[in-house]
Design a protein around this ligand. Structure first.
Ligand code: PAF
Length: 280
């Protein structure tokens, strides 16, 4: 696996290829990331992953400083998954001067749900992803593919919209959420959980499954369903931000329950904030 720490090294190396398939990450890799790398492999003639903990997408009180940096294990895992190129710039390389030009996703998509509870998050994500695209795809000659996990459902939608609205010649491909044996969605932040919290954490996915079961059983009062799911988690000691049923097309509240829906949840367990989603 070739490791590039600078944009120049990355571009020089990628000049020999035509169709990069790219998986951006913030490191602390787990099976969910590695599955994206394996999914990306047949989609291009060179598989590129990035590791960059992007300060722009963290609020001041969030875990930028403590976000786990696990370089040796990340490199070994990427190599074993068949990654060809790892782009790992430092902050000086990617943001040599304050990033005064930013992507500003406008309402409604970027201001609801995650955007409401993490203001500025999607602007930070879109800015770094656009910049990464510029680094990774500048030498590409044909098909360009970027693979994002469906676990970050709203992020995936924001990236798809950015690519569409800026007419970027990039195929955005979704990778299914990978789960632990008990059903907990894999996430780097699961590592923050104590053993007791880890045992409890699956309840977020169970709450979404319970909502899905109620919808399948004919429930039509979505606000009541959402309130019930929030209360169920609260009584178990969680602090939920939202558990909602939304339209898959734009993440707004549905007008009818027979529209294609996605259930999305975000909740804090102790000091760890977890998210999950389920299409119904
Ligand atoms: O999903 C993530 O890990 C990050 O938001 C991303 C897409 C790598 C941008 O920093």
């Amino acid at each position: 696996m070739f490791i590039a720490h600078t944009i120049a090294e990355l571009r020089a190396h990628l000049a020999a290829f035509e169709h990069p398939a790219f998986v951006p990450t913030m490191g602390n890799l787990h099976e969910g990331h590695l599955a994206l790398v394996r999914q990306a492999k047949p989609l291009g003639d060179v598989t590129v992953a990035s590791i960059f903990v992007n300060r722009l997408q963290f609020l001041p009180h969030e875990d930028f400083d403590s976000y786990p940096r696990t370089w040796d294990s990340d490199c070994a895992q990427l190599q074993a998954a068949g990654c060809d190129v790892l782009f790992a710039p430092n902050e000086r390389e990617l943001y040599p001067e304050p990033q005064t030009f930013k992507v500003l996703p406008t309402p409604a998509l970027a201001d609801l749900l995650e955007g409401q509870f993490r203001p500025g998050f999607f602007g930070g994500v879109a800015t770094v992803v656009l910049k990464m695209f510029g680094c990774v795809f500048s030498e590409a000659k044909g098909r360009r593919t970027a693979v994002f996990g469906q676990k970050d459902y709203q992020q995936l939608m924001v990236i798809r919209r950015m690519v569409q609205q800026f007419a970027l010649p990039i195929d955005v491909v979704a990778g299914p959420t990978r789960r632990a044996d008990d059903g907990l969605a894999l996430s780097s932040r699961n590592g923050y959980l104590s053993p007791a919290e880890r045992a409890e954490a699956v309840q977020l996915s169970k709450a979404l499954q319970a909502m899905a079961a109620s919808l399948r059983a004919g429930a039509t009062d979505i606000p009541a369903l959402e309130a019930h799911a929030m209360e169920a988690l609260r009584t178990r000691g969680w602090a939920p931000d939202y558990l909602v049923a939304r339209r898959r097309s734009d993440l707004l509240p549905p007008e009818a329950v027979d529209e294609p829906l996605v259930l999305l949840g975000a909740a804090r367990l102790g000091s760890t904030r977890l998210i999950d989603n389920l299409e119904v």
